[in-house]
Design a protein. Structure first.
Length: 239
């Protein structure tokens, strides 16, 4: 056995006779103080309903944030998902465009990243253009993409959360990946963001943020962590 994992699914007690009979649907509950400061709680739900859950959550919040528009995700594709209905066909297309990658690499890229693979391979003409090879066809170019676009910061992010390469990389190879991330993932600039202002004053969407300046200019009372594409997550620090 190489690797195991488990997850916990929260279910709302609907007084069913057995756990198997409990609904897998979700429940949304919202509270506010005098029509302000809404607190939205989400109970239940599952991976296959995440899109509808998110839309329903925003519907609940819409009365508090006037800039929220109507739902639009039903006909949208996820990032990289615009490759048609057949991943094998897209993998074959990748091999025609980048003949130096193996069939296994093409399948992995098509399945994991879809059309975002072009952000990994770019203008590469030969395998050496992908940078250091860490083992099991994991190249520096893929790690760089993961750091810049998919929140990868640590070893577990790269080889478990996002690629599952940890099932094949040995200890020495994993150590090299960790060292690369230590050198490169920490170099992404951290920036703070402020409320977007409406023309003529006032906040268009309280909490909706745009990039503005270095972390040294951050408002007091906030703490920051690095995030992709030179954006920063933020949270109010509570002693």
């Amino acid at each position: 056995m190489v690797w195991t994992y488990s997850g916990v699914r929260p279910l709302c007690d609907d007084e069913s006779d057995s756990p198997q009979a409990i609904t897998r649907d979700y429940t949304l509950d919202i509270h506010d103080v005098d029509g302000q400061a809404p607190l939205l709680s989400v109970f239940g739900g599952k991976l296959t309903t995440y899109r509808k859950l998110a839309e329903h959550a925003l519907e609940k919040l819409a009365p508090y944030y006037k800039g929220i528009g109507p739902a639009w995700t039903k006909g949208a594709v996820l990032p990289g998902g615009d490759i048609g209905d057949n991943r094998d066909d897209y993998a074959a297309k990748l091999r025609r465009r980048y003949p130096f990658i193996t069939e296994g690499m093409a399948r992995h890229y098509a399945r994991t990243y879809g059309s975002n693979t072009e952000l990994i391979l770019g203008d590469a003409k030969e395998i050496t253009d992908l940078g250091e090879h860490f083992g099991h066809e994991l190249y520096e170019a893929e790690l760089r993409y993961l750091v810049e676009h998919e929140w990868v910061r640590r070893l577990d992010d790269a080889i478990w959360r996002r690629t599952k390469e940890g099932m094949w990389l040995n200890a020495e190879q994993q150590s090299r990946v960790a060292q690369w991330l230590l050198q490169h993932a920490g170099s992404v600039s951290c920036r703070w963001r402020r409320d977007v202002k409406k023309p003529g004053g006032g906040s268009a969407l309280p909490g909706l943020l745009d990039p503005v300046g270095p972390v040294s200019a951050a408002p007091p009372g906030f703490v920051f962590t690095t995030a992709p594409d030179q954006y920063a997550r933020y949270s109010r620090h509570t002693p």
